[in-house]
Ligand binder design. Structure first.
Ligand code: 17E
Ligand code: FE2
Length: 415
């Protein structure tokens, strides 16, 4: 395969041919008319007027915990905190092969839906860091399907977990791509603040990205985002820093948010919202009215900040469902965030493509332009709006010029 014809591209009128050589795009050419494609030849994929996009990007998932729901016990309260307890029980049973086989199976579920870039958090509150070692091996072994970024994620805290700081430093020495944190889970507010300064120092010193689970709670007093944003601003690291979840922002009052947003804009950091996960885990201490438990996605977006959507979990102690389909998450997110207005529907895919690529700092490794990798996904409809309305799918995923997955569209047959 070395070209796609009759492709529709986002934000451009008409049909296009995209050509590549040795896995790199060398031309994106407007077509005067639709090109007839006779018999399928091995060189050409006919997009048939459907949308061709750069791959979907999964900016936040926990591959180390995937496919463990109910082992050994189910999360009955549905809270984040019970999830952390259930995971601590399962974590005591993990082996290297168990971790690797679940991670590879989950990566295939993601790749089957047109995802080629993934950022996974890996729990490093584990003496010995065997799980992290296994995931760094998975990062290499899975290269044919995805580019994987690994975040050192201190699930049980940096300050509150015995040896937490040393484990983080060791994880960086082992070669993680990004440094994580969980300040709202530390025992005290002071420890939460200290953990943010510690992790920002570590990342700056070793030139790593940052992605912090930040204020994942309905508690409006959880205000670690301001600490993270200020540290990013002062160090000039904003574009390399991500605040994940920030669900407490859905409970902050507007007066505080108006001040906070000024700082967020100065810092220029990235945001990830996990809508299915947050609607499930948050609001658990409410009766009615019941909070949605999501961050302020449209407000962040309108303020010019970079926001994207993510799955977070697939069948783990925090969330029992999930199949790798990021377009399902986009659908849920747009509903929950009141983002079904016409303008949002026109550009809906931004939240699972370009915005997520920016969060991962993919730069020129991403996008349909000459000189960039021939990583392309054919969708089942011809526009963002129609992909969403029809609950569309990735029909083909091409990576470095090679088709890695194809899916046939489902068809209705009338009686
Ligand atoms: N761990 C955590 O702290 N929060 C989450 N949403 C998941 C794991 C999935
Ligand atoms: Fe998470």
């Amino acid at each position: 395969m070395n070209r796609i014809v009759n492709a529709r591209l986002r934000r451009r009128q008409g049909l296009f041919t995209v050509r590549w050589t040795a896995g790199v795009i060398d031309a994106v050419e407007p077509q005067a008319d639709a090109l007839p494609v006779a018999a399928p030849d091995g060189d050409t994929l006919d997009a048939g007027g459907r949308l061709v996009i750069p791959p979907l990007v999964e900016p936040h998932i926990h591959l180390d915990a995937a496919l463990t729901a109910g082992q050994p016990r189910w999360n009955l309260s549905g809270t984040l905190f019970e999830g952390i307890e259930r995971w601590a029980e399962r974590k005591a049973l993990v082996t290297r092969d168990d971790t690797k086989s679940r991670a590879h199976r989950t990566i295939r579920m993601l790749a089957a839906h047109g995802i080629q870039h993934v950022r996974t958090h890996v729990d490093v509150t584990e003496p010995g860091l065997a799980t992290l070692q296994a995931m760094l091996e998975v990062r290499d072994e899975a290269r044919e399907l995805v580019d994987l970024q690994v975040v050192a994620f201190p699930q049980e805290g940096i300050e509150s977990f015995p040896g937490g700081r040393a484990l983080m430093a060791e994880a960086v020495a082992m070669g993680v791509d990004a440094v994580g944190g969980i300040p709202h889970f530390e025992n005290t507010r002071d420890q939460g603040v200290a953990s943010v300064h510690f992790l920002m120092d570590l990342a700056e010193r070793h030139d790593r990205l940052v992605d912090v689970h930040c204020d994942e709670t309905d508690d409006p007093q959880s205000r670690f985002l301001e600490v993270l944003a200020e540290a990013a601003r002062v160090r000039g690291m904003g574009p390399r820093v991500t605040a994940s979840h920030t669900t407490a922002m859905g409970s902050y009052d507007n007066a505080y948010c108006s001040k906070l947003f000024r700082l967020l804009k100065q810092a220029g950091l990235n945001f990830v919202s996990c809508p299915t996960e947050s609607i499930h885990l948050q609001g658990r201490f409410d009766t009615y009215p019941k909070r949605r438990g999501l961050t302020r996605v449209p407000e962040l977006d309108r303020a010019g900040l970079n926001v994207c959507f993510a799955q977070d979990s697939i069948v783990d102690p925090w969330y029992p469902l999930g199949n790798g389909n990021l377009l399902r998450i986009l659908d849920a997110g747009l509903h929950i965030c009141h983002m079904l207005g016409y303008d949002d529907l026109q550009r809906a895919l931004d939240f699972v493509t370009d915005h997520a690529a920016r969060t991962l700092a993919l730069g020129e490794r991403y996008g349909i332009e000459p000189g960039r990798p021939a990583n392309l996904v054919l969708l089942s409809a011809d526009s963002d709006y129609e992909v969403l309305r029809t609950q569309g799918h990735a029909l083909a995923s091409i990576r470095h010029g090679r088709v890695v997955v194809r899916r046939t569209a489902s068809e209705v047959q009338w009686g």
